[in-house]
Design a protein around this ligand. Structure first.
Ligand SMILES: [Fe+2]
Length: 139
């Protein structure tokens, strides 16, 4: 029997509905990645979960970056630079996943990387963006 999904920690809800909903999806991806390790997923293969993560991260970053652009967000360059760093880290893990035989070990590294950056980036960098967007009623 599957245990219930835990999405995000309560402290990571930023009060911006669009951004919170997208972050929840990223945490669901994290959970699915962990579930798929060792072939014990709910029907999702590891390779599929990784491909969903890579593509959803791009969609989510584009949403935030469009919002920053449309509202002349002052910390935009710093925030976008962090997105690029995160994408680069994910890409290099995904290349390792392609090339290494121990897929589970790379997937576990990827899950750790994802959780670590999600937690830090949301708590610190996205929090400032959500405050800015909320102050303008930007949804
Ligand atoms: Fe962000």
């Amino acid at each position: 029997m599957n245990e219930p999904y835990e999405y995000m920690a309560a402290a990571l809800y930023l009060g911006h509905p669009g951004i919170d909903a997208q972050h929840e999806i990223l945490f669901v991806c994290y959970r699915e990645l962990m579930h798929a390790v060792g072939g014990h997923g709910d029907g999702f293969e590891l390779t599929d979960v990784i491909s969903v993560i890579k593509s959803y991260v791009v969609t989510h970053f584009r949403y935030e970056e469009d919002a920053m652009q449309s509202t002349d967000y002052l910390d935009r360059d710093m925030h976008i630079a962090e997105h690029r760093r995160l994408e680069k880290g994910l890409l290099s893990l995904s290349e390792r996943y392609e090339n290494e035989t121990d897929k589970n070990a790379v997937a576990i590294d990827m899950a750790g990387f994802l959780k670590e950056w999600l937690s830090h980036h949301i708590a610190v960098v996205d929090r400032l963006l959500a405050q800015h967007l909320n102050s303008l009623n930007y949804t």
